[in-house]
Ligand binder design. Sequence first.
Ligand code: 6GU
Length: 227
Amino acid sequence: MRFHVMTLFPEMIGYVSKISIIGRAAENGAIEVLPVNIRDYSAEKHKKVDDYTYGGGAGMLMQAQPVYDCWKSICSLVGHKTRTVYLTPQARVFTQKDAMEFAGDEDIILLCGHYEGIDERVLEEIVTDYVSIGDYVLTGGELPALVLIDAISRMVPGVLSNSDSGEIESFSDGLLEYPQYTRPAVWHEKEVPPILLSGDHAKVEAWRYEKAVERTRQRRPELLEDK
Ligand code: 6GU
């Protein structure tokens, strides 16, 4: 799967996509992360990409032309209609369900905004999905784009190895993960729950399920309402 990231800060995207599980997946060829600098598509001699907003008010807006030409260039490279996601707090919140759905695509374009946003007319022409990562405001769409790349990539076949498989469980059943423990068996006078040392697999599974429900009820009770 290829992630085409339209951004004014391509170096912000490159770093994260070279390390850890996502970096390994990129190295294996399971995914590809391709930052594209919107500024390279500015038609102005000083490579300007922003201007004042009509109607007044503070802040600058990204102009339609460089965003559109950048998108066109990616589209001609891809050669087929491609999902184009605009990262913005003015949108619904991205979920695990979206991550699973988007992971079915071969290519995806992630558009990162900056300043006060982007001229609405170009958004109308290119954006297929508007997505936020939570109810707070960030200075740009790059961190949200990286969040999507991470969440989507781990749903792409071949990205998680067997030793990452613990990661597969969390959230897929709509519950928070149960508590986990590793050596030593006693730390700060706290013992690991004895069932986990019993070797009784069925009892361990039942305990984990019970703890997952308990934790979900305590920390995210609204998740249980859908069940
Ligand atoms: Cl996608 N962008 C920005 N700028 N802020 C956000 C966000 C996105 N999601 C939450 N806050």
